[in-house]
Write a protein that binds this ligand. Sequence first.
Ligand code: SAH
Length: 477
Amino acid sequence: MDYLPIFCQLQQKACLLVGAGEVAERKARLLLNAGAELTVNATAFSAQFEHWAENGDLTLVRGPFATNLLAEKWLVIAATDRVEVNALVYQTANQMRVFCNVVDDPKRASFIMPSIIDRSPIMVAVSSGGKAPVLARLLREKLEATLPQHLGKLAQIAGSLRQRVKQQFSLGSSRRRFWEALFNHDRLAQSLANHDKHQSEQHIERLFSQPLTQQGEVVLVGAGPGDAGLLTLKGLQQIQQADVVVYDRLVSDEIMNLVRRDAERIFVGKRAGHHCVPQDEINQILVQQAQQGKRVVRLKGGDPFIFGRGGEELETLALAGIPFSVVPGITAASGCSAYSGIPLTHRDHAQSVRLVTGHAKTEGCLDWDNLACGKQTLVFYMGLSQAGEIQRQLIDHGMAATMPVALVENGTTSRQKVVTGELSQLALLSQQVVSPSLIIVGSVVSLREKLNWFASLNQVNDAPDQTCQAGVRTLLP
Ligand code: SAH
């Protein structure tokens, strides 16, 4: 750690600012907001400084910097445009053991000022220790966007409720539940954002009067196809609040790294050489964990309601009377389509898109006549082992053998691999990829040549397709 982050209490503490230009003005504003008793030293002052002084907000000392200005000061900021003046301030401050920041010169400073996201009393400070200020700024922007404006008010309310919550909920776990319910209360957030004090108070009173359920609950969360950036904000919140996360093979390590550190993790996927945990057993795990009063997140690849057996799991929970909710995810078809540059619909190519299982529960339940119709895109999930059958059925039912097809393996991840060719080669192509892979059939596949943006970002695996002798396009290793 190059710097120790601390938050200084500056209320009524004497501080010095040397310089009175635009940058100094920004620093002055921060120090004044923090309640500092501010002296500003410069040879000339901007109108804003004169105005502050007239208002009695700060004291101006006109003239060159003098050592005695540092007497009795807690900290000083040097913000003049003259390097030698800033250096002198730093040197003197160091001798006098006064913390000193030199604007834009982290090497000559005993403290640096981070980028801040101010949701007082919540404060987030970001710093790269002067090494990558642009990165720190980008991070700050991201945090600005994700942290709602009402957060400060919410924290203030929480502060005022602490005593009452302590009295009403003796158990630590019920207190945690109360706070989580308060902080995740969508309607409360809305009324705070609308400055509706009356309604906010009503929501809070209701939280106190409703008995907080000791019963657990299950949240079915879609983790998206792999790239952790495709997890929804709501999904992220859920996995960070979970007591238990029940997950399977399709959930990427990147996403599992975002799960609350002390949450229990139960893997129910297939391990090499072993079978998956049977669905009945998974259902039972969810019921049992929730019955112990835990907040269970059932984390699934893609979207839980698209070939995710989410419906089946929820039916069991409904039967057992366990509360549940669902957070959708980006399904593999959307993810793979975007990251392989193959739009699923396009006015010139496809007016509809069909998500089809390659693993139909009962034989003969797919309507191949309909699937083989033109002007649509077919996306087969779990279709690898059935690629030969899909090829045969579509051609037998009238689809052109030259119809473009693509197979996307590990879509959206850095291991993404895409193989393209024609329908007549589907079985052959399927041998070049491994699970999890999607099969996309339709003339939209031809757009990949123009729209394949991810390959250029991800040179190693998803390199531009290569044409084989047989006309099969395959991938560079
Ligand atoms: N609920 C998931 C689908 C589960 S079925 C969703 O909405 O995406 C499992 C199948 O999904 C796999 O056999 C494969 O066909 C597809 N799949 C899931 N993730 C994938 C990925 N990253 N790349 C390619 N196919 C994927």
